[in-house]
Design a protein around this ligand. Structure first.
Ligand SMILES: Nc1nc2c(ncn2[C@@H]2O[C@H](COP(=O)(O)OP(=O)(O)OP(=O)(O)O)[C@@H](O)[C@H]2O)c(=O)[nH]1
Ligand SMILES: [Mg+2]
Length: 440
Protein backbone atom coordinates (compact mmCIF):
# COMPACT_ATOMS: atom_id res chain seq x y z
CA UNK A 1 0.00 0.00 0.00
CA UNK A 2 1.35 3.41 -0.99
CA UNK A 3 1.43 6.20 1.59
CA UNK A 4 -0.77 9.14 0.65
CA UNK A 5 1.27 12.25 0.08
CA UNK A 6 0.19 15.40 1.90
CA UNK A 7 -0.48 17.26 -1.32
CA UNK A 8 -2.39 14.45 -2.91
CA UNK A 9 -6.02 15.39 -3.53
CA UNK A 10 -8.63 13.75 -1.29
CA UNK A 11 -11.20 11.84 -3.29
CA UNK A 12 -14.76 11.31 -2.23
CA UNK A 13 -16.09 7.93 -3.25
CA UNK A 14 -19.66 6.69 -3.29
CA UNK A 15 -19.87 3.12 -2.09
CA UNK A 16 -21.99 0.80 -4.15
CA UNK A 17 -23.20 -1.21 -1.15
CA UNK A 18 -23.33 -1.31 2.64
CA UNK A 19 -19.87 -2.12 4.03
CA UNK A 20 -20.80 -1.69 7.68
CA UNK A 21 -19.02 1.33 9.15
CA UNK A 22 -22.32 3.19 9.38
CA UNK A 23 -22.79 1.18 12.56
CA UNK A 24 -19.95 3.10 14.24
CA UNK A 25 -22.31 5.34 16.27
CA UNK A 26 -24.15 2.22 17.49
CA UNK A 27 -20.85 0.58 18.42
CA UNK A 28 -19.91 3.65 20.38
CA UNK A 29 -23.30 3.86 22.11
CA UNK A 30 -23.18 0.17 23.04
CA UNK A 31 -19.71 0.54 24.46
CA UNK A 32 -20.61 3.62 26.48
CA UNK A 33 -23.84 2.10 27.76
CA UNK A 34 -21.97 -1.02 28.86
CA UNK A 35 -19.37 1.09 30.63
CA UNK A 36 -21.94 3.34 32.31
CA UNK A 37 -21.83 7.08 32.94
CA UNK A 38 -20.89 9.26 35.81
CA UNK A 39 -22.22 12.63 36.82
CA UNK A 40 -21.00 14.67 39.76
CA UNK A 41 -23.04 17.48 41.26
CA UNK A 42 -21.92 19.98 43.87
CA UNK A 43 -24.59 21.69 45.98
CA UNK A 44 -23.47 24.99 47.47
CA UNK A 45 -25.82 26.79 49.81
CA UNK A 46 -26.37 27.72 53.41
CA UNK A 47 -27.52 25.13 55.96
CA UNK A 48 -31.18 24.17 55.63
CA UNK A 49 -31.76 25.96 52.34
CA UNK A 50 -33.20 22.79 50.78
CA UNK A 51 -30.19 21.16 49.04
CA UNK A 52 -30.93 17.56 50.03
CA UNK A 53 -34.66 17.89 49.37
CA UNK A 54 -34.01 19.28 45.90
CA UNK A 55 -31.60 16.47 44.97
CA UNK A 56 -34.12 13.91 46.18
CA UNK A 57 -36.88 15.63 44.20
CA UNK A 58 -34.75 15.90 41.04
CA UNK A 59 -33.85 12.21 40.99
CA UNK A 60 -37.10 10.95 42.54
CA UNK A 61 -35.19 9.08 45.25
CA UNK A 62 -34.30 9.57 48.87
CA UNK A 63 -30.53 9.82 49.06
CA UNK A 64 -29.82 11.13 52.54
CA UNK A 65 -31.57 13.56 54.78
CA UNK A 66 -29.17 14.01 57.65
CA UNK A 67 -29.28 17.61 58.80
CA UNK A 68 -26.03 19.53 58.89
CA UNK A 69 -24.94 21.23 62.11
CA UNK A 70 -25.14 25.00 62.29
CA UNK A 71 -22.03 25.06 64.43
CA UNK A 72 -19.35 23.83 62.04
CA UNK A 73 -16.08 25.68 62.64
CA UNK A 74 -15.37 25.80 58.93
CA UNK A 75 -16.95 24.73 55.67
CA UNK A 76 -16.62 20.99 55.05
CA UNK A 77 -17.49 18.98 51.98
CA UNK A 78 -19.38 15.75 52.19
CA UNK A 79 -19.74 13.51 49.17
CA UNK A 80 -21.92 10.49 48.55
CA UNK A 81 -22.04 8.26 45.50
CA UNK A 82 -25.15 6.44 44.32
CA UNK A 83 -25.51 3.92 41.54
CA UNK A 84 -28.69 4.61 39.58
CA UNK A 85 -30.21 2.84 36.62
CA UNK A 86 -32.82 4.06 34.14
CA UNK A 87 -33.79 1.36 31.64
CA UNK A 88 -30.41 0.04 30.47
CA UNK A 89 -28.42 3.16 31.31
CA UNK A 90 -26.35 3.06 34.46
CA UNK A 91 -25.35 6.30 36.15
CA UNK A 92 -22.90 6.74 38.95
CA UNK A 93 -24.12 9.91 40.62
CA UNK A 94 -21.96 11.70 43.17
CA UNK A 95 -23.57 14.46 45.20
CA UNK A 96 -21.23 16.74 47.13
CA UNK A 97 -22.75 18.93 49.85
CA UNK A 98 -21.18 21.92 51.53
CA UNK A 99 -21.63 21.66 55.29
CA UNK A 100 -21.58 24.88 57.29
CA UNK A 101 -21.48 27.17 54.26
CA UNK A 102 -22.50 30.70 55.27
CA UNK A 103 -22.80 29.75 58.95
CA UNK A 104 -19.57 31.27 60.21
CA UNK A 105 -19.38 34.69 61.84
CA UNK A 106 -16.71 35.54 59.30
CA UNK A 107 -17.58 34.06 55.92
CA UNK A 108 -14.64 35.64 54.16
CA UNK A 109 -12.95 32.38 53.22
CA UNK A 110 -16.01 30.11 52.95
CA UNK A 111 -15.29 29.47 49.27
CA UNK A 112 -11.75 28.21 49.95
CA UNK A 113 -12.61 24.58 50.90
CA UNK A 114 -14.88 24.38 47.85
CA UNK A 115 -12.11 25.55 45.51
CA UNK A 116 -9.69 23.16 47.18
CA UNK A 117 -12.08 20.28 46.59
CA UNK A 118 -12.52 21.17 42.92
CA UNK A 119 -8.75 21.47 42.45
CA UNK A 120 -8.12 18.20 44.26
CA UNK A 121 -10.36 16.35 41.79
CA UNK A 122 -8.58 17.96 38.84
CA UNK A 123 -5.23 17.08 40.37
CA UNK A 124 -6.26 13.44 40.77
CA UNK A 125 -7.24 13.27 37.12
CA UNK A 126 -4.02 14.99 36.01
CA UNK A 127 -1.94 12.55 38.03
CA UNK A 128 -3.68 9.67 36.31
CA UNK A 129 -3.13 11.29 32.94
CA UNK A 130 0.60 11.73 33.59
CA UNK A 131 1.15 8.15 34.71
CA UNK A 132 3.09 5.82 32.44
CA UNK A 133 0.44 3.13 32.88
CA UNK A 134 -2.77 5.10 32.54
CA UNK A 135 -6.21 3.64 33.02
CA UNK A 136 -8.37 6.58 32.05
CA UNK A 137 -11.04 4.30 30.56
CA UNK A 138 -11.80 2.72 33.91
CA UNK A 139 -10.86 5.82 35.92
CA UNK A 140 -13.52 6.90 38.40
CA UNK A 141 -13.91 10.52 37.47
CA UNK A 142 -14.64 12.67 40.51
CA UNK A 143 -14.40 16.05 38.78
CA UNK A 144 -17.51 18.14 39.43
CA UNK A 145 -19.69 18.54 36.34
CA UNK A 146 -22.30 20.92 37.70
CA UNK A 147 -22.54 23.20 40.69
CA UNK A 148 -26.03 24.09 41.85
CA UNK A 149 -25.69 27.37 43.71
CA UNK A 150 -28.63 27.83 46.08
CA UNK A 151 -29.72 31.44 46.54
CA UNK A 152 -31.96 32.34 49.49
CA UNK A 153 -35.43 33.49 48.34
CA UNK A 154 -35.53 36.29 50.91
CA UNK A 155 -33.93 39.66 50.29
CA UNK A 156 -33.77 41.80 47.19
CA UNK A 157 -30.86 40.17 45.44
CA UNK A 158 -27.60 38.34 46.05
CA UNK A 159 -25.54 38.56 49.23
CA UNK A 160 -21.87 39.54 49.01
CA UNK A 161 -20.99 35.95 49.94
CA UNK A 162 -22.97 34.64 46.94
CA UNK A 163 -21.29 37.02 44.53
CA UNK A 164 -17.78 36.35 45.78
CA UNK A 165 -18.26 32.59 45.86
CA UNK A 166 -19.77 32.38 42.38
CA UNK A 167 -17.01 34.60 41.00
CA UNK A 168 -14.39 32.28 42.49
CA UNK A 169 -16.16 29.18 41.19
CA UNK A 170 -16.79 30.37 37.63
CA UNK A 171 -13.41 29.27 36.24
CA UNK A 172 -13.48 25.86 37.92
CA UNK A 173 -16.98 24.52 37.51
CA UNK A 174 -20.25 25.02 35.61
CA UNK A 175 -22.26 27.21 37.98
CA UNK A 176 -26.04 26.98 37.76
CA UNK A 177 -27.74 29.37 40.18
CA UNK A 178 -31.13 28.41 41.60
CA UNK A 179 -33.47 30.34 43.85
CA UNK A 180 -34.31 27.85 46.60
CA UNK A 181 -37.65 27.49 48.40
CA UNK A 182 -39.31 29.59 45.73
CA UNK A 183 -42.72 28.83 47.27
CA UNK A 184 -42.06 31.27 50.12
CA UNK A 185 -42.16 34.35 47.89
CA UNK A 186 -44.99 35.73 45.77
CA UNK A 187 -44.88 35.40 41.99
CA UNK A 188 -44.20 39.09 41.51
CA UNK A 189 -41.47 39.28 44.13
CA UNK A 190 -39.86 36.21 42.56
CA UNK A 191 -39.84 37.84 39.14
CA UNK A 192 -38.14 40.95 40.55
CA UNK A 193 -35.70 38.84 42.56
CA UNK A 194 -34.67 36.80 39.50
CA UNK A 195 -34.18 39.96 37.46
CA UNK A 196 -32.10 41.60 40.19
CA UNK A 197 -29.94 38.50 40.53
CA UNK A 198 -29.20 38.36 36.80
CA UNK A 199 -28.43 42.09 36.68
CA UNK A 200 -26.08 41.82 39.58
CA UNK A 201 -24.29 38.80 38.11
CA UNK A 202 -23.90 40.70 34.88
CA UNK A 203 -22.61 43.88 36.46
CA UNK A 204 -20.05 41.98 38.56
CA UNK A 205 -19.00 39.93 35.53
CA UNK A 206 -19.85 36.57 37.09
CA UNK A 207 -19.99 33.93 34.38
CA UNK A 208 -22.60 31.32 35.07
CA UNK A 209 -23.16 28.24 32.90
CA UNK A 210 -25.07 29.00 29.69
CA UNK A 211 -26.97 26.17 28.05
CA UNK A 212 -25.30 25.62 24.65
CA UNK A 213 -26.97 26.88 21.54
CA UNK A 214 -24.62 25.47 18.89
CA UNK A 215 -26.54 22.27 18.39
CA UNK A 216 -29.54 22.99 16.18
CA UNK A 217 -31.69 20.34 17.84
CA UNK A 218 -31.58 22.04 21.22
CA UNK A 219 -30.62 25.60 20.30
CA UNK A 220 -34.11 27.01 20.61
CA UNK A 221 -34.93 25.21 23.84
CA UNK A 222 -31.61 26.08 25.41
CA UNK A 223 -31.68 29.73 24.45
CA UNK A 224 -35.18 30.11 25.88
CA UNK A 225 -34.01 28.36 29.07
CA UNK A 226 -31.06 30.70 29.34
CA UNK A 227 -33.55 33.54 29.74
CA UNK A 228 -35.25 31.71 32.64
CA UNK A 229 -32.12 31.66 34.76
CA UNK A 230 -31.87 31.48 37.72
CA UNK A 231 -34.41 28.69 38.07
CA UNK A 232 -36.77 29.15 40.99
CA UNK A 233 -37.19 25.72 42.52
CA UNK A 234 -39.30 24.02 45.14
CA UNK A 235 -38.36 20.66 46.57
CA UNK A 236 -40.52 18.03 48.20
CA UNK A 237 -40.50 14.29 48.67
CA UNK A 238 -44.05 14.23 50.02
CA UNK A 239 -46.96 12.86 48.02
CA UNK A 240 -50.04 15.05 48.15
CA UNK A 241 -53.44 14.44 46.62
CA UNK A 242 -54.49 16.87 43.90
CA UNK A 243 -57.83 15.99 42.41
CA UNK A 244 -57.69 12.26 41.97
CA UNK A 245 -53.96 11.85 41.52
CA UNK A 246 -50.98 11.87 43.81
CA UNK A 247 -48.20 14.37 43.10
CA UNK A 248 -45.03 15.52 44.80
CA UNK A 249 -45.82 18.77 46.51
CA UNK A 250 -45.99 20.92 49.59
CA UNK A 251 -49.28 21.31 51.36
CA UNK A 252 -50.18 24.74 52.80
CA UNK A 253 -53.33 25.99 54.58
CA UNK A 254 -54.09 28.04 51.49
CA UNK A 255 -53.34 25.37 48.88
CA UNK A 256 -50.79 22.98 47.41
CA UNK A 257 -47.51 23.71 45.65
CA UNK A 258 -46.91 21.04 43.03
CA UNK A 259 -43.18 20.84 42.47
CA UNK A 260 -43.54 19.37 38.98
CA UNK A 261 -46.06 21.97 37.83
CA UNK A 262 -44.32 24.53 35.64
CA UNK A 263 -46.78 27.22 36.75
CA UNK A 264 -45.66 26.71 40.33
CA UNK A 265 -41.89 26.50 39.95
CA UNK A 266 -38.98 25.74 37.59
CA UNK A 267 -38.08 22.30 38.91
CA UNK A 268 -39.08 20.55 35.68
CA UNK A 269 -37.03 23.03 33.67
CA UNK A 270 -34.01 22.42 35.85
CA UNK A 271 -34.37 18.66 35.60
CA UNK A 272 -34.83 18.90 31.82
CA UNK A 273 -31.76 21.07 31.37
CA UNK A 274 -29.55 19.26 33.82
CA UNK A 275 -30.42 15.63 33.14
CA UNK A 276 -32.23 15.30 29.83
CA UNK A 277 -30.64 17.83 27.47
CA UNK A 278 -27.27 19.09 28.68
CA UNK A 279 -25.66 16.43 30.85
CA UNK A 280 -23.11 15.58 28.18
CA UNK A 281 -22.35 19.24 27.55
CA UNK A 282 -21.77 19.77 31.25
CA UNK A 283 -19.34 16.83 31.27
CA UNK A 284 -17.64 18.10 28.15
CA UNK A 285 -17.31 21.67 29.47
CA UNK A 286 -15.79 20.28 32.64
CA UNK A 287 -13.16 18.39 30.69
CA UNK A 288 -12.48 20.79 27.83
CA UNK A 289 -12.77 24.10 29.62
CA UNK A 290 -12.31 23.89 33.37
CA UNK A 291 -9.97 20.91 33.55
CA UNK A 292 -8.01 22.15 30.54
CA UNK A 293 -7.46 25.50 32.25
CA UNK A 294 -6.29 23.78 35.45
CA UNK A 295 -4.03 21.42 33.49
CA UNK A 296 -2.48 24.25 31.47
CA UNK A 297 -1.74 26.33 34.58
CA UNK A 298 -0.35 23.35 36.40
CA UNK A 299 1.91 22.24 33.56
CA UNK A 300 3.13 25.80 33.04
CA UNK A 301 3.89 25.98 36.76
CA UNK A 302 5.91 22.80 36.36
CA UNK A 303 7.89 24.43 33.55
CA UNK A 304 6.25 22.81 30.54
CA UNK A 305 5.24 24.88 27.56
CA UNK A 306 4.23 24.23 23.97
CA UNK A 307 6.51 26.81 22.33
CA UNK A 308 9.78 28.42 23.30
CA UNK A 309 10.22 32.24 23.12
CA UNK A 310 11.18 32.00 19.39
CA UNK A 311 7.92 30.17 18.66
CA UNK A 312 9.74 26.94 17.95
CA UNK A 313 7.99 23.87 19.17
CA UNK A 314 9.38 22.74 22.49
CA UNK A 315 10.04 19.08 22.96
CA UNK A 316 9.05 17.24 26.10
CA UNK A 317 12.51 15.72 26.30
CA UNK A 318 14.18 19.17 26.26
CA UNK A 319 11.78 20.46 28.92
CA UNK A 320 12.48 17.42 31.04
CA UNK A 321 16.26 17.83 30.64
CA UNK A 322 16.05 21.55 31.47
CA UNK A 323 13.90 20.83 34.54
CA UNK A 324 16.28 18.06 35.62
CA UNK A 325 19.30 20.36 35.35
CA UNK A 326 17.49 23.07 37.25
CA UNK A 327 16.55 20.58 39.94
CA UNK A 328 20.15 19.40 40.34
CA UNK A 329 21.37 23.00 40.43
CA UNK A 330 18.92 23.76 43.20
CA UNK A 331 19.92 20.57 45.00
CA UNK A 332 23.61 21.50 44.83
CA UNK A 333 22.86 24.98 46.04
CA UNK A 334 20.88 23.59 48.96
CA UNK A 335 23.64 21.11 49.77
CA UNK A 336 26.25 23.88 49.75
CA UNK A 337 24.20 26.15 52.01
CA UNK A 338 23.55 23.26 54.40
CA UNK A 339 27.25 22.43 54.52
CA UNK A 340 28.06 26.10 55.23
CA UNK A 341 25.44 26.14 57.95
CA UNK A 342 26.96 23.03 59.51
CA UNK A 343 30.50 24.50 59.46
CA UNK A 344 29.23 27.72 61.06
CA UNK A 345 27.43 25.74 63.73
CA UNK A 346 30.57 23.72 64.52
CA UNK A 347 32.62 26.93 64.73
CA UNK A 348 30.07 28.49 67.07
CA UNK A 349 30.06 25.42 69.31
CA UNK A 350 33.86 25.35 69.36
CA UNK A 351 34.02 29.01 70.41
CA UNK A 352 31.46 28.36 73.13
CA UNK A 353 33.48 25.41 74.44
CA UNK A 354 36.70 27.49 74.49
CA UNK A 355 34.94 30.22 76.41
CA UNK A 356 33.68 27.67 78.95
CA UNK A 357 37.19 26.17 79.29
CA UNK A 358 38.65 29.61 79.97
CA UNK A 359 36.00 30.30 82.61
CA UNK A 360 36.81 26.99 84.32
CA UNK A 361 40.51 27.71 84.22
CA UNK A 362 40.03 31.15 85.80
CA UNK A 363 37.86 29.66 88.49
CA UNK A 364 40.49 27.01 89.20
CA UNK A 365 43.21 29.66 89.51
CA UNK A 366 41.07 31.68 91.87
CA UNK A 367 40.38 28.64 94.06
CA UNK A 368 44.08 27.82 94.05
CA UNK A 369 44.86 31.33 95.28
CA UNK A 370 42.26 31.12 98.05
CA UNK A 371 43.59 27.74 99.09
CA UNK A 372 47.15 29.08 99.22
CA UNK A 373 46.05 32.04 101.36
CA UNK A 374 44.24 29.74 103.78
CA UNK A 375 47.22 27.44 104.00
CA UNK A 376 49.48 30.36 104.80
CA UNK A 377 47.09 31.57 107.46
CA UNK A 378 46.90 28.13 109.05
CA UNK A 379 50.70 27.80 109.02
CA UNK A 380 50.93 31.09 110.86
CA UNK A 381 48.40 29.89 113.43
CA UNK A 382 50.27 26.63 113.93
CA UNK A 383 53.54 28.45 114.41
CA UNK A 384 51.98 30.66 117.09
CA UNK A 385 50.47 27.67 118.85
CA UNK A 386 53.82 25.87 118.86
CA UNK A 387 55.46 28.93 120.39
CA UNK A 388 52.80 29.05 123.07
CA UNK A 389 53.25 25.34 123.72
CA UNK A 390 57.00 25.72 124.09
CA UNK A 391 56.57 28.58 126.54
CA UNK A 392 54.12 26.54 128.49
CA UNK A 393 56.40 23.54 128.59
CA UNK A 394 59.20 25.73 129.85
CA UNK A 395 57.02 27.10 132.65
CA UNK A 396 55.86 23.61 133.48
CA UNK A 397 59.42 22.33 133.84
CA UNK A 398 60.27 25.33 136.07
CA UNK A 399 57.23 24.72 138.22
CA UNK A 400 57.98 21.04 138.58
CA UNK A 401 61.58 21.84 139.60
CA UNK A 402 60.33 24.28 142.19
CA UNK A 403 57.83 21.75 143.46
CA UNK A 404 60.63 19.14 143.71
CA UNK A 405 62.72 21.54 145.80
CA UNK A 406 59.84 22.38 147.98
CA UNK A 407 58.99 18.77 148.70
CA UNK A 408 62.63 18.07 149.56
CA UNK A 409 62.64 20.92 152.09
CA UNK A 410 59.47 19.60 153.67
CA UNK A 411 60.89 16.15 154.34
CA UNK A 412 63.87 17.77 156.24
CA UNK A 413 61.72 20.13 158.43
CA UNK A 414 58.45 18.27 159.13
CA UNK A 415 57.39 20.80 161.81
CA UNK A 416 57.44 23.59 159.38
CA UNK A 417 55.44 21.57 156.88
CA UNK A 418 52.09 23.24 157.18
CA UNK A 419 53.55 26.69 157.14
CA UNK A 420 55.71 26.00 154.07
CA UNK A 421 52.87 24.40 152.23
CA UNK A 422 50.90 27.56 152.71
CA UNK A 423 53.90 29.58 151.49
CA UNK A 424 54.43 27.35 148.48
CA UNK A 425 50.88 27.70 147.33
CA UNK A 426 51.08 31.42 147.68
CA UNK A 427 54.15 31.47 145.36
CA UNK A 428 53.67 33.30 142.03
CA UNK A 429 55.14 30.36 140.04
CA UNK A 430 52.54 27.98 141.56
CA UNK A 431 49.83 30.37 140.55
CA UNK A 432 51.14 30.52 137.03
CA UNK A 433 51.34 26.69 136.98
CA UNK A 434 47.69 26.42 137.99
CA UNK A 435 46.66 29.00 135.45
CA UNK A 436 48.83 27.20 132.80
CA UNK A 437 46.97 23.94 133.51
CA UNK A 438 43.66 25.67 133.25
CA UNK A 439 44.73 27.00 129.91
CA UNK A 440 45.27 23.45 128.74
N1 LIG B 1 -40.86 25.93 51.84
C1 LIG B 1 -39.95 25.08 51.42
N2 LIG B 1 -39.28 24.33 52.29
C2 LIG B 1 -38.36 23.46 51.83
C3 LIG B 1 -38.05 23.34 50.47
N3 LIG B 1 -37.07 22.42 50.31
C4 LIG B 1 -36.79 21.97 51.54
N4 LIG B 1 -37.54 22.60 52.45
C5 LIG B 1 -37.52 22.38 53.87
O1 LIG B 1 -36.34 22.97 54.41
C6 LIG B 1 -35.81 22.19 55.45
C7 LIG B 1 -34.36 21.84 55.15
O2 LIG B 1 -34.30 21.11 53.96
P1 LIG B 1 -33.02 20.24 53.56
O3 LIG B 1 -33.29 19.68 52.23
O4 LIG B 1 -32.66 19.31 54.66
O5 LIG B 1 -31.96 21.40 53.50
P2 LIG B 1 -30.37 21.23 53.32
O6 LIG B 1 -29.89 22.43 52.61
O7 LIG B 1 -30.03 19.92 52.75
O8 LIG B 1 -29.91 21.30 54.82
P3 LIG B 1 -28.51 20.84 55.42
O9 LIG B 1 -28.08 19.58 54.72
O10 LIG B 1 -28.82 20.62 56.86
O11 LIG B 1 -27.60 21.98 55.18
C8 LIG B 1 -36.71 20.96 55.55
O12 LIG B 1 -37.62 21.20 56.58
C9 LIG B 1 -37.43 20.90 54.22
O13 LIG B 1 -38.71 20.34 54.31
C10 LIG B 1 -38.76 24.18 49.57
O14 LIG B 1 -38.56 24.16 48.36
N5 LIG B 1 -39.71 25.01 50.09
MG1 LIG C 1 -28.77 18.34 53.44
Amino acid sequence: MMATSENEEKRSLELSGDVGFNSLPCQLVNKLVARGFCFNVLCVGQTGIGKSTLMNTLFGRTFEMEEASHYEEEVKLHSQTHELQENTVKLKLTVVHTLGFGDQVNNEHSYKPILDHLDAQFEKYLEEELKIHRSLCSYEDTRIHACLYFIAPTGHSLRALDLITMKKLESKVNVIPVVAKADVVSKNDLKILKKNIMNELLSYGVQIYQFPTEDEDVAELNSSMNTCLPFAVVGSTEDVKVGNRMVKGRLYPWGTVQVENEDHCDLVKLREMLLRVNTEDLREQTHCRHYELYRRRKLEEMGFKDTDPDSQSFSLQETYEAKRKEFFRELQHKEESMRQMFVNKVKETEAELKEKEKELHDRFEQLKRVHHEEKKHLEEKRRKLEEEMNAFNRRKVAAETLLGHALQGCSQQPLKKDKDKKNFFSLPSACSLTSGRNMN
